[in-house]
Design a protein around this ligand. Structure first.
Ligand code: ADP
Ligand code: MG
Length: 363
């Protein structure tokens, strides 16, 4: 059934009926003017919002509604993870085309619930309006122990710089999808194990390997590092943290106060990153070769890994966290007292690394 037949209130009722329900600390859920919940005693509340717009963040030619829902929630979970917080609730504001089918809406919420449920996160409200294109804005609410919350601003000269997982995979996957959409082959609609929407003009003869499937999946279905974020916060070792959404060169700049966003705590820091220790997946290197893989890792966005600084000497303790967090943690460089962001390549040569990650309104 088209949403135009369901109407706004029919649409909201359908969403409410299919969600997991609010949980007992929610005293008012969907259906009133605002939701109400009991905050944990002595906890700081965290609130973040992240929007996904058709034609800017996604293309329905290469992602399905369910994957889109999963990602819309995942990028918000990642923001809470980057503060070292525990995610609790979410609200969803939707701009929906009137000719969208209600089955698509169901899939969208199924995807969001798939991302939310493993973390115990529940839907408590939202807003619904009609729109020429699909817009999904999720607001997430979480909590953190006040003294243990980690912001972008605590890095000091001498701190080590770490990242979870591997970098560049999402950007590598996006390039494959874009090439497929241009009709250059490397399409994804026939990939085994990758559930992408129909409409890609993939060449049926193209033999797309598991490596490409992996990269595409990292773009379409990123994993927020919620457990790792909470463990890192609890460890007391971490001085500043951010999730890698725009790209390493840009997001590290935010921690250092380099680039357009000034560091809230004042003066600018510098950093040296060592290119040979940037964690790359075997799949990324296999598909693109090492040189391009490193460039994708430095500047490509949407990996949703955690990038953080820690006091020197925390290496052993952080290594111990990897098993509990279920994700690799690698040191990639260290913070300096000014001097900009430098990349050290093989042979010890250093060059300036400019923030070249994704930026809206950039021309
Ligand atoms: P109001 O007119 O006060 O903004 P609405 O009619 O927009 O209220 O919403 C009614 C209830 O449905 C509210 O509890 C709101 O949070 C919830 N809601 C509206 N749209 C959505 C949505 N897309 N997803 C989840 N909850 C929604
Ligand atoms: Mg409303």
């Amino acid at each position: 059934m088209k949403l135009s037949r369901l109407g706004e209130f029919g649409t909201i009722a359908r969403i409410a009926a299919r969600s997991r329900g609010p949980g007992e600390e929610v005293t008012v859920g969907i259906g009133d003017d605002a939701a109400a919940y009991m905050p944990g005693p002595g906890m700081s509340s965290l609130v973040a919002a992240d929007m996904m717009v058709e034609g800017v963040h996604f293309d329905l030619g290469w992602t399905g509604y369910r994957e889109l829902g999963r990602k819309a929630l995942a990028v918000n979970l990642s923001d809470i993870a980057a503060m070292g917080g525990r995610p609790l609730y979410y609200l969803v504001s939707l701009g929906l085309p009137a000719d969208m089918d209600s089955a698509g809406l169901d899939e969208l919420y199924r995807g969001m619930e798939e991302s939310a449920a493993p973390h115990g996160v529940r839907l408590i409200g939202g807003d619904t309006c009609s729109s020429a294109i699909l817009v999904i804005s999720v607001t997430i609410i979480g909590e953190a122990v006040p003294g243990k919350m980690i912001t972008r601003t605590g890095a000091c000269p001498g701190d080590d710089i770490y990242v979870t997982g591997t970098l560049g995979d999402s950007a590598g996957g996006l390039e494959i999808l874009k090439a497929g959409a241009r009709g250059e082959g490397l399409g994804a609609s026939e990939l085994p194990g990758v559930n992408v929407g129909a409409g890609l003009r993939a060449r049926p003869s193209e033999n797309i390997g598991a490596g490409m499937a992996y990269l595409i999946n990292r773009h379409i279905d990123p994993s927020p590092r919620v457990e790792a974020g909470m463990l890192l916060a609890r460890s007391g070792l971490v001085t500043a943290m951010i999730d890698v959404s725009d790209g390493l060169s840009s997001d590290l700049g935010h921690i250092l106060g380099i680039g357009k966003m000034e560091r809230a705590s004042g003066g600018k820091l510098g950093a040296v990153i060592y290119d040979k220790v940037i964690p790359l997946s075997g799949e990324l290197v296999g598909v693109y070769g090492r040189g391009k893989a490193v460039r994708l890792a430095l500047h490509g966005g949407e990996d949703y890994e955690l990038l953080f600084t820690a006091r020197p000497g925390g290496g052993d303790a952080l290594a111990g966290l990897q098993d509990m967090a279920g994700i690799a943690i690698n040191k990639i460089g260290s913070v300096a007292d000014g001097g900009g962001l430098l990349l050290e390549t093989a042979g010890g040569k250093r060059r300036a690394l400019r923030p070249r990650g994704y930026e809206h309104f950039a021309r």
